[in-house]
Design a protein around this ligand. Structure first.
Ligand SMILES: Nc1ncnc2c1ncn2[C@@H]1O[C@H](COP(=O)(O)OP(=O)(O)OP(=O)(O)O)[C@@H](O)[C@H]1O
Length: 698
């Protein structure tokens, strides 16, 4: 039986036994805890560590082209710096202050908070833009929060981002692909717009290397001669000392075997022994989160002592707005909220009631292998930077505690300091086309904060060439390349949309593209898998998942877009509403590009051909009927299987194309459609030409 040390005491004290098998040792976390209570918003602002640095920040921004601000999580960087800048006049004369975030959820949450602090209506003076959602006003908005991806898109219309006076790149340590592209491009823009100011901020960024990136020897030379006319090109580094509230960190003594079980035990332990306060749990993905919720619900029910008062909620990117709002809504008196989240809650979020954080030590990360040309999401250990961000979600409004499901020794000696930048572990097709569309032709020579591998670059160029998006000189083709770059979707989806023009099936293809843009249109109720499977069968199409989506969409329209109909058929009504919204936008963009809205009615061969024209690189051939059907990718000969959630699971057509891969014990294909092998050489002769004599295509 396991023994628990009482979390929170300097000298660990033996606690009474509990079921669950997790032993925590507490450790102090350097901090200066301050008193807390209810205070006016203005008082709360003044209490934040960053407040004392207001003058210093404004001075540095005035006098330096780039200012790097490093400050503990919760010190007030994200919410305060844009307000300081505005108060100092950086948004006068119609100019705008931008603040980027890597994640959509953070953009929405931070914008709401800043609007509240400033006492203005969200969408007016303070606004935000994320893909498919613009809550800003081009005349009124002075502080705009946006994802770094959206800012990159804005560059297509305004390459020098002329409306912005200051651009703050927040959470720069995350090093998403978009952040890295943005940093490279902002460095270029600075040369043309010396009046533009950059603020790079994070709790855990390696400030020196970021500073070196912004100061190349070339720029030093460029400085000579007109130094007095320009702000200093040497980046300033400001370290904001102090944090909000004390967070005690607790580690397990021995590695946990099953982190889902360990999380459930820890939640119940906290609920049983600790004072009121909500719990935020970091897990890896929707599947783990669902499993943890199921187990927690069962164990809480079976454990009379702790069953009452828990409100258990998931948090991941595919949730609808209404589901997300539950997470942010105040916890009713006498209850304790448990939010089980992916790493989307890791940065910039303040969930008001959270006092306890449980960190599994893992997250789902993208890994791409340019040799096999396979990219998938893998559960991998997080970095120290992430661990600090996670702990920082406690102690934002009052003191908190963080329970790490790994040992202190592991944290100190084995955990990497920073994660690998996404650009070095991703398929670069989208990244390359974005740069091309912005007129960057020499991609290999681009000034990256961290260079991607040449193999990945070459693979990406090859796929884009095969898609007909770039020509022999690696320049965007006209019109296809420019059209693909215009569509705010991954290039394969964009090419599928463009190909549907010739095939006369845009109507069907934009529905498919919209469904693929939402996480899932199914409503999975725990314990109702059988009913869900039966519902899927009602819509299942022999051709595969994409055609099944069309059947669902048709049924939804015929029902008069009824939520009742969705409920009856295990379809997520909010997801369907999102599908309709995205579809409208895609329709508008397609029409603008001169693509005609035609329907192919019942001719699904045309739809499948359009999908093949975009996704030919994901073609696989059935190799064996073992293990429910083993496939191999035609290009890389990698073993893959149809995911059990697909309507083609165990149907095993000879040749299929998948939309994405997920990796668990095997590589599983999600959203699969059957195709004719002969179409591949038709739609992508270059990509498959060396395979003409390959028995895989016949
Ligand atoms: N929605 C909110 N409700 C209540 N308080 C909030 C909210 N958002 C922010 N705060 C308060 O403002 C503080 C600073 O938040 P802010 O996001 O600016 O910090 P940060 O330094 O950017 O941290 P991080 O790097 O973790 O994002 C929080 O610790 C919290 O006290």
């Amino acid at each position: 039986m396991a023994q628990f040390w009482k979390p929170g005491t300097e000298k660990p004290r033996l606690l009474e036994d509990e079921d669950g098998g997790v032993v925590f040792l507490s450790s102090s976390f350097s901090s200066s805890s301050s008193g807390y209570g209810f205070a006016s918003i203005e008082k709360q602002r003044q209490r934040l560590p960053v407040y004392k640095y207001r003058t210093a920040i404004l001075y540095l921004v005035e006098s330096h082209a780039t200012t790097i601000v490093v400050g503990e999580t919760g010190s007030g960087k994200t919410t305060q710096i844009p307000q300081f800048l505005k108060e100092a006049g950086w948004a006068d004369g119609g100019r705008v202050i931008a603040c980027t975030q890597p994640r959509r959820l953070a953009v929405q949450a931070v914008a709401s908070r800043v609007a509240e602090e400033m006492g203005v209506k969200l969408g007016e003076e303070v606004g935000y833009t994320i893909r498919f959602e613009d809550v800003s006003n081009s005349d009124l908005t002075r502080i705009k929060f946006l994802t770094d991806g959206v800012l990159l898109r804005e560059m297509m219309d305004d390459p020098l981002l002329t409306k912005y006076s200051v651009i703050m790149v927040d959470e720069a340590h995350e090093r998403s692909i978009s952040t890295d592209i943005l940093l490279g491009l902002l460095k270029k823009i600075q040369k043309r717009r010396p009046e533009l100011r950059l603020v790079i901020s994070s709790a855990t960024i390696e400030a020196k290397s970021m500073s070196n990136f912004f100061l190349s020897s070339k720029r030093r030379r460029a400085l000579e001669g007109d130094e007095l006319l320009r702000p200093s090109l040497e980046p300033a580094i400001l370290s904001v000392e102090g944090r909000g509230f004390n967070v005690q960190i607790h580690y397990v003594e021995d590695p946990v075997k099953d982190y889902v079980q360990a999380i459930v035990s820890t939640v119940l332990l906290i609920h049983d022994k600790e004072p009121p306060g909500d719990i935020l749990v970091f897990l890896t993905g929707q599947d783990d989160i669902d499993a943890a919720i199921k187990l927690l619900t069962e164990e809480a029910r079976g454990n009379g002592k702790t069953s009452s008062g828990l409100i258990i909620l998931p948090l991941y990117s595919g949730l609808t707005r209404a589901e997300q709002d539950l997470v942010f809504s105040p916890t009713p008196k006498g209850k304790r909220k448990v939010v089980i989240s992916t790493n989307i809650a890791e940065t910039s979020l303040t969930l008001e009631g959270i006092v306890y954080v449980i960190d599994s030590g893992f997250s789902k990360q993208r890994f791409y292998n340019p040799i096999t040309d396979i990219e998938n999401l893998v559960v991998a250990p997080i970095s120290k930077a992430s661990a600090k961000q996670r702990a920082g979600r406690a102690g934002r409004i009052r003191p908190g505690k963080c329970y790490r499901l790994y040992s202190e020794e592991y944290y100190l000696n084995e955990m990497s300091v920073q994660g690998i930048p996404e650009i070095q572990r991703s398929n670069l097709v989208s990244c390359v086309i974005q740069l091309k569309a912005l007129g960057i032709d020499n991609i290999l020579g681009f000034d990256w904060p961290a260079s991607p591998s040449p193999e990945s670059m070459i693979r990406a160029l090859e796929v884009l060439y095969s898609l007909g998006v770039i020509d022999d000189d690696a320049k965007l083709t006209s019109p296809v390349g420019f059209q693909v770059a215009e569509i705010p979707q991954e290039p394969m989806v964009a090419k599928m949309i463009i190909s549907s023009n010739e095939l006369g099936c845009l109507d069907e293809i934009i529905t498919i593209a919209s469904v693929l843009s939402v996480q899932s249109i199914w409503f999975s109720i725990r314990g109702a898998q059988k009913e869900l499977d039966e519902a899927k069968l009602r819509f299942a199409a022999a051709e595969g998942d994409h055609v099944t989506f069309l059947n669902i969409y048709k049924g939804f329209l015929q029902s008069g877009k009824s939520s009742k109909w969705c409920h009856k058929n295990f379809i997520n009504y909010h997801a369907m509403k999102k599908v309709m919204e995205i579809r409208e936008q895609l329709k508008r963009i397609a029409l603008r590009l001169g693509i005609v809205l035609k329907s192919c009615e019942a001719d699904m061969q045309l739809v499948r051909k359009a999908i093949a024209a975009g996704f030919f690189a994901n073609a696989c051939r059935l190799e064996a009927y073992s293990h429910g059907g083993m496939y191999k990718t035609i290009r890389g000969s990698q073993e893959v299987y149809i995911h059990p959630s697909s309507v083609l699971f165990r149907v095993n057509p000879k040749c299929v194309i998948y939309h994405s891969l997920v990796s668990t014990d095997r590589q599983y294909m999600r959203n699969v459609i059957s195709i004719e092998p002969s179409w591949l050489t038709e739609v992508a002769p270059h990509f498959y030409q060396q395979q003409r004599h390959n028995p895989n295509i016949h």
